[in-house]
Write a protein of this length. Structure first.
Lengths: 231, 275
């Protein structure tokens, strides 16, 4: 399988919003709010399309781009009804419909002989379902963007030591330094390590909540998403 | 910022953990979860020791003060109470290492050992009752047996606790009699009724649906267990005559053997002199 795209993986500085998705939609979805949704969902949608429809990197990118363009043009957001499903489920099902239609159209054209259609090898595919991969990718994007928010916030408020400790301890893939070693490394008391880490975790949680608020229909869905995220 | 799934899993876990900044504790791991809160193992940095830290989900009036008032060898001592940065109340307790009673009984134990445990639990409950405190939720999951055999009664009840089916008394308002009911259920759990009719009767009397038919106090319940252990008749059971004789025989075995030996000797001497 050819490597995944890097598009959509890193966020630009998407301004955070206090508006829920419905409030933002009612106010006429601003580009900031839309950016936030695309930032969070671009990669999950792309991965979902790649796996579900076995598309090549370029085809999946085109379909993802096409989906978001079509979503903006076709009143996709105002038609979202939170009573029926969460926004994430609504979006995934819409992606599935959109990509299935495009896939069918491509196949019709392919049978006509005009398009070279590229599929991926079965043995390269992950064993998890596209739906599971979509969820995991969404979670990964949510944390990635919230971590970017946290890093920027620390830089702007002179809390680089806070972020340094957080990065050394919580973002380490393995071999976490004990608190006492971190205290020595940063020249602060051990209690400050606990406090700095607690602050960073608390602030990260706030940024995650903020990111989620912009992509959920309101307080109820936000609460459900948060419970699912932390359980 | 790209992060691996391992880091995300770690973040999901630690971000959900309570914020202990401003306290002298450092979290180690979660050890229990109940309706009222979560219990963690934490390290007390000042005293360099591990403690059990209970963090309550909401304001539960006076739970820690309630327990702190009870100073008894079978009640886990509270070291400190406080409020976390996120406004949740917490209290630090002695960390008891050992097995929860429901796990402890999975290995074989004698009736004597089971009665020792129920006696320790009963003594703690009787003491609490003397201080005007009732447990409200006595069950195997709330009793710990330490590595040296010490017994601790945990999770002393607060008003919001409703008890656990199987161990909760049927009455709607829980009081000291309800704790006696739970002690009976606990005894039944520890010593199956088939093991001893007298113990089964004690358990049944303690856990009678009608509170007036139960023992009048925990002390009365413990005294009946005492009588059983001393080989005496228990209050809860009017035993059949054969059982009374059997109990008399086993209780006075030495005397009966001496009597038998005396009779045999007398019998022998009688015939010896005759012939």
């Amino acid at each position: 399988m050819d490597p995944d795209t890097a598009i959509g993986g890193r966020s630009a500085q998407f301004p955070s919003t206090h508006l829920s998705l419905l409030e933002a939609t009612e106010a006429g979805l601003s580009s900031d709010a839309m950016n936030q949704i695309v930032a969070l969902y671009w990669k999950p949608v792309y991965r979902f399309i790649r796996l579900k429809f076995r598309k090549s990197n370029e085809d999946a990118k085109d379909l993802t781009q096409g989906f978001f363009a079509s979503a903006l043009q076709r009143d996709f957001f105002p038609r979202f009804d939170p009573a029926k499903a969460s926004f994430r489920t609504y979006l995934r099902m819409a992606v599935e419909r959109y990509a299935a239609n495009q896939h069918a159209a491509d196949n019709r054209e392919k049978r006509g002989g005009s398009v070279e259609f590229e599929t991926v090898d079965d043995h390269d595919l992950p064993t998890e379902s596209p739906e599971v991969v979509f969820e995991r990718e969404w979670r990964r994007q949510l944390f990635s963007h919230a971590l970017d928010d946290l890093r920027s916030h620390c830089r702007e408020t002179g809390k680089q030591v806070h972020f340094g400790i957080f990065e050394d301890y919580d973002l380490a893939d393995r071999d976490r330094l004990p608190y006492s070693d971190l205290a020595v490394k940063y020249g602060i008391p051990e209690t400050s390590v606990t406090n700095y880490l607690a602050w960073a975790r608390r602030t990260l949680k706030a940024f995650i909540t903020e990111r989620l608020r912009g992509t959920t229909s309101g307080a109820k869905e936000l609460h459900q998403e948060l419970r699912r995220l932390w359980k | 910022m790209e992060v691996s799934d391992t880091v995300i899993d770690h973040l999901r876990r630690v971000v959900a953990l309570p914020d202990l900044s401003g306290t002298r504790y450092q979290l180690e791991c979660e050890i229990g979860r109940g309706g009222l809160g979560v219990v963690y193992v934490a390290r007390d940095r000042d005293l360099d020791r591990r403690v059990a830290l209970k963090i309550l989900e909401g304001p539960v009036e006076g739970e820690a003060q309630l327990i702190a008032r009870l100073e008894h060898p079978a009640i886990v001592p509270v070291y400190e109470t406080g409020i976390l940065a996120d406004a949740r109340p917490f209290y630090a307790m002695k960390l008891v290492t050992g097995a929860r009673l429901d796990h402890y009984v999975e290995s074989d134990h004698t009736i004597r050992e089971c009665l020792r445990i129920i006696r320790r639990v009963g003594e703690a409950v009787a003491y609490a009752h003397s201080k005007g405190v009732i447990h409200r939720d006595l069950k195997p999951q709330n009793v710990m047996v330490g590595e040296f055999g010490e017994v601790y009664v945990m999770d002393w009840g607060v008003e919001t606790v409703a008890g656990t089916p199987g161990f909760r008394a049927p009455e709607s308002t829980l009081d000291q009699q309800s704790d006696i009911y739970s002690l009976g259920a606990l005894l039944q759990f520890l010593v199956p009724p088939s093991s001893s009719a007298a113990i089964a009767a004690i358990a049944a009397k303690a856990s009678y649906p009608d509170p007036h038919q139960r023992y009048v106090s925990v002390s009365a319940f413990l005294e009946d267990i005492d009588r059983f252990e001393k080989g005496l008749a228990v209050e809860a059971w009017s035993e059949p005559i054969w059982h009374r004789l059997q109990r008399f025989a086993s209780h006075n075995a030495v005397l009966l053997w001496l009597l038998a030996a005396y009779t045999v000797v007398k019998f022998f001497l009688f015939f010896w002199h005759r012939f």
